[in-house]
Design a protein around this ligand. Sequence first.
Ligand code: FAD
Length: 598
Amino acid sequence: MKKPGEISRRTFLKGMAAGAIGTAVHGTFAAFADDTASSTSAESSALPGSQSYDIINCDVLIIGSGNNALFAADTAISEGRIVTFVDKGPYRQSGVTGMSWDYFLGQNHSVPIKALADTSVLENAEAYTRAWEFIDKKNKHNRFVYEVNHGQTLPDRDENGHYIPFLTEDRTQGQFLRRHKDFALVKSNVNVVDQTMITDILINDGRCVGAMGLHLPTGDFKIFRANAVIMATGGCTNIYGWRGVSSVTNSVTDNTADLDMAAFRHGARIINSEFANYDVMSVYPEGLSTAFGAAVCGDAQEPQCILDKDGELLFDLNDERIWTDRSFFCRFMAEQIDVHGRGTENHTIYINLGNYEPRYGNARNIPLLAKFGVDVRSEMIEGEPEMFEHGGSPICDAKMMTDFPGLFCGRNYRSGSGIMNNYYTGTYAGHCAAEYAKNNPVSEIDFSPALEEYKRLHEIRTRSCEDSVRPHEVRLAIQEAGYKALGPYRTTKSMEESLAQLEYVRQEMIPKMVPADTSQVFNIEWKHAIENYNLLDLAEMSVRASLMREETRDAYVRGEFPQIDDENWSCVIACSIDGDQMKLEKATYEDFNKMREG
Ligand SMILES: Cc1cc2nc3c(=O)[nH]c(=O)nc-3n(C[C@H](O)[C@H](O)[C@H](O)COP(=O)(O)OP(=O)(O)OC[C@H]3O[C@@H](n4cnc5c(N)ncnc54)[C@H](O)[C@@H]3O)c2cc1C
């Protein structure tokens, strides 16, 4: 039965076909369920929650609004598409770009990208080649000027207010491209829906036709219908341990692999989940630890500040690779700590800045730490390898499209992304999605999967059980297991222990996970509980893929297989779902591209 003022599914579908991009329709699931053959009114009236939903009509939907999303939006807009950003956090403050952190801007970064495009079998070489060619035509690789104009570069001023250039032959320094977000808003064909967590993608007959999720401040359900969807939800590092007040990462806490894992549960193959990237962050005083806003860091740019437990330099600074090869830096550090016993009993090393003039992000924290009685110039303070990037994302073809037509992923790099890769793959993904949206407009949509997702989310919020566990306890257990297995030094034993712990979480803790509060309004425990499903899947596939890869590669060392083995492992490992089990297989981009292009 349809109550006055409610929209029936049929009316709603008609409305959608006629709906203009950017328009929203409001409805209730009660009416929706009434009209669905398999649902009875009894079922609909039993639905928990507000039962209302908004449907937002989009052309190109971009999930996330970090720099990957912004690069994608730039191209899609310039090709005449209308872009809707949906972001879990507040627009401008979310994502890595939302952080106040300095960033080295290199002019010559396009050289390694070109090399990657030409040679790599481990990256999506075909997509990189096309991205390279596309950008060559569009911007002539003028990334430097572009980024200087969109960031907060050259921040130093002399006494007359003139900038003091920190310019070497090929780079300058500044902050992330935060003004990029303001520039995007000035354009007329852009919409923003923020503080909205996408929890699932909408698939009809094997094609992605939108996405859905919760508006966090109200708990309202939102459905986005789109001609093309780009996932740009960043790397998820929240599976890596916990120290004081954060997981052992300086990256974005809202990035919990929700989209990657939603795609995985629908059947997409996730690759590169075994890879991550690390640097060293101070972890003292507790409470200021592993946060770029309050710590000091030593990484491949500042290895002269990193000491072992005895106060000796950890790295051989004469070895060129320490300065130029991030992966080598991480592997070397892992071996020094775990094989040569140069770490402390807390598995930490030390940071000491001495007389060195560090980059802005570190320099500005020196007086802050002094307020807590810590002098980073004269004292050795504990630091720890923390995970700042993680690789897991869906496999993409040469047009940046995932296993699902209509679903694109701008993040397609082994150890995460980085601004340079985002510039290429994000910009190019925006072009591919724009073309697809233009040539494949969505007409009718079956919205019944939205009802299923609505029920799933509200079951998580309203369930009860004896001996319940709180979402944060589940999260800590996942993070503990992730820390055991996914650091820069990995052993078969630690990974097997981690898998056993994750299995315990899946079987024993998740079914008993109950938020303390059933409110729909800014219910953080509800949000955490929903995210925990994604963290658990990501952690498990990362450990399984890492266990399968019997070699050392990229930024981590495998204890039992300390050599890189190109003969057997020049491939990606693709994880997909087979019944209720994870299936891992070797795969190549080349095969996927050939299959797609027929
Ligand atoms: C502290 C730090 C320093 C770095 N320094 C450098 C550097 O100097 N040079 C360099 O090249 N690279 C650097 N990197 C790496 C680089 O900055 C990042 O790889 C890049 O900014 C990531 O951009 P992104 O758009 O992919 O992800 P993000 O910027 O993380 O954006 C992801 C967005 O997705 C949103 N989101 C997540 N889940 C959902 C969901 N379910 N629904 C809706 N929205 C969602 C988030 O809110 C966020 O806004 C650094 C990274 C970190 C963390």
